[in-house]
Structure formats: C-alpha cells, structure tokens
Write a protein that binds this ligand. Structure first.
Ligand code: 5GP
Length: 204
C-alpha cells in the first residue's frame, strides 16, 4: 500500500476496563499502516503482559530520567504510577507516513492536544456503568479497592469527553472497531490529506 506523506496521530482514551486493549488488538489486525505506540510505565506487568509489547516496564528512577531529558511527548501519573509516550519513536513513524495510535488517559491526551492539535481524539465508553464494573471484576486482576478507585476515576474522566472529537461505544468489540475504522477512513479522505491527489488529477 502506498504510504501517506505524513502519518495521522490518533489518541484513544477511555476508562480502565472498557476493553481498549482488545479493541486496539483487533483494529491493528485489520488495518495496515498503523503503529501502536508502546508506552513506558512504572506499574508492574499484569498476568499475560509482555515487556516491549503491552508496555515498556521501567522503574521510577528510569522514568524520572526520561522526564528530565525530555524524551517524552507526554506523561501522567495515574493510580500511583507513571505512564508516558516516547517522543522519538512516534515522530519517526509519523514522518515516514505511518499512522500512530496512542492509548493514553485524559491528562496525557490534554498535553497532546496542546502540542499536536491536528491529532484525532477518540474517547471510548462502555454501554453502561454497570457493564464497566462487571468488566473490571471479570478481569480478576485488581482488588475491590483498586476497582472502586478505577470506577470513581472513570466518572471524573468522563467530564473530559467534551474535549474529544469522536465517541465510540464498546458494546461489542467488532462494533467499536468498525466505528474507529470509519473515523480513520473519514480522516484520510479530508481534503488537506488528499491535496497531492487532486492537484495531480487536475494538474493544479
Ligand atoms: P492500565 O494500567 O490499565 O494499563 O492503564 C491505565 C491508564 O493509563 C489507561 O487509561 C491508559 O490509557 C493510560 N495510559 C497508558 N499508557 C499511557 C501513556 O503513555 N500516557 C498516558 N498519559 N496514559 C497512558
């Protein structure tokens, strides 16, 4: 497939437990020319998570070094852990014409909005609050206290939805993926992304 002149930066946020990782895995399987930015975090790996695949797992000292050396596009502290996006990798990918997908929480997204206003901002929600609670419980990875904290956080994060461009409802993974596909396709069809094409067609 022909690469674009410049990749599109896509920011995906949504409450913990909404199913973002599953949706992202499915999306990456279906759509070519899209790179998932593997974040850095100080939290411990969950069962089944792999270093370098789900996250780059680092200690606090290393994370703080990255902050000090300005290696991060954005970072945030979320439920007592740091999470951040490496600037270099995503810059290189965008330059080579590959779309880059970031799975980040709302504070990080706000920083990206300031630094990269042309990015696409997508928020993903569950079909109901009860369903979110059910999904967090089914994950069997967190204590009751941690789950309560994540649910509380979800309500606070929902206040930020107004700053996003698109809202996707993850009632079923395949539906959420189709909606995101539609958003990405529409973005690709924007006139500013097709300037070379129409100028070529009409020799402008
Ligand atoms: P979890 O611990 O459930 O994997 O992630 C917790 C939250 O951190 C999620 O909302 C996820 O989107 C967010 N997150 C993951 N990576 C990053 C990152 O690089 N930067 C920011 N700001 N948030 C991130």
């Amino acid at each position: 497939m022909k690469k674009k002149e410049k990749g599109q930066l896509i920011v995906l946020s949504g409450p913990s437990g909404v199913g973002k990782s599953t949706v992202i895995a499915e999306l990456l399987g279906q759509r070519k020319n899209i790179y998932f930015s593997v974040s850095y975090t100080t939290r411990s790996p969950r069962v089944g998570e792999q270093d370098g695949v789900n996250y780059n797992f680092v200690d606090r000292a290393e994370f703080e070094r990255m902050i000090a050396e300005e290696e991060l596009l954005e970072y945030a502290e979320y439920v007592h852990n740091y999470y951040g996006t490496s600037l270099k990798v995503i810059r290189d990918k965008l330059e080579e014409g590959t779309d880059v997908l970031l799975d980040i929480e709302v504070q990080g997204a706000a920083k990206v909005r300031q630094r990269c206003p042309d990015a696409l901002f997508i928020f993903i929600i569950p079909p109901s609050f009860e369903e979110l609670s059910r999904r967090l419980h089914n994950r069997n990875t967190d204590s009751e206290e941690v789950i309560a904290g994540r649910l509380e956080k979800a309500r606070l994060e929902a206040r930020e939805i107004v700053h996003y461009n698109y809202l996707v409802i993850n009632d079923k993974v395949s539906n959420a993926v189709s909606e995101i596909e539609a958003i990405l396709t529409a973005a690709e069809c924007r006139v500013e992304n097709r300037e070379k094409i129409y100028k070529g067609v009409f020799s402008l």
